[in-house]
Design a protein around this ligand. Structure first.
Ligand code: ZN
Length: 142
């Protein structure tokens, strides 16, 4: 009887972990879907990082990508990228975790407009980029 209750306990632990991962995926669904589509389009090699106990991020590096983009649990980077760039993108992943469905409107859209309009000077002066650096643990921020 005790053995059986242990099995049920173990199964509940497993189900709880999967449930949390599913809820986190749904919480970030719009950017996750967009990220999956872009990762499929860009191809490239994939590795994985964690941004918390339950949240796993796929890092896709593609020779067809020039900059970096973070969409929920997917980061797409150029073929060669620095650790600092990865940490910056992981900072955007944290923004996605905090904002959920609001991420694309609050961070994604302003970031893309900023990236398109930015010509010279410090790229990281813009609040979405400065905050991503901070959340990614980049300490040498101006
Ligand atoms: Zn950024």
């Amino acid at each position: 009887m005790k053995y059986r209750s242990f099995i049920i306990f173990a199964e509940n632990q497993f189900n709880m972990r999967e449930m949390i991962q599913l809820l986190l995926w749904l919480w970030q669904m719009p950017q996750n879907l967009l990220g999956e589509i872009l990762a499929f389009c860009y191809g490239g090699s994939t590795s994985f990082c964690r941004t918390g106990k339950y949240n796993r991020v796929a890092v896709v590096s593609s020779d067809r990508m020039r900059g970096g983009i973070s969409l929920g649990n997917v980061i797409i980077l150029p073929e060669y990228f620095s650790g600092k760039t990865l940490r910056h993108e992981l900072g955007h992943c944290r923004q996605s975790l905090y904002l959920g469905w609001l991420y694309l409107v609050v961070v994604g859209l302003p970031s893309i407009v900023h990236a398109a309009l930015h010509r010279k000077g410090d790229y990281y002066h813009f609040w979405t980029e400065r905050l991503a650096n901070k959340l990614g643990g980049i300490t040498d921020i101006k």
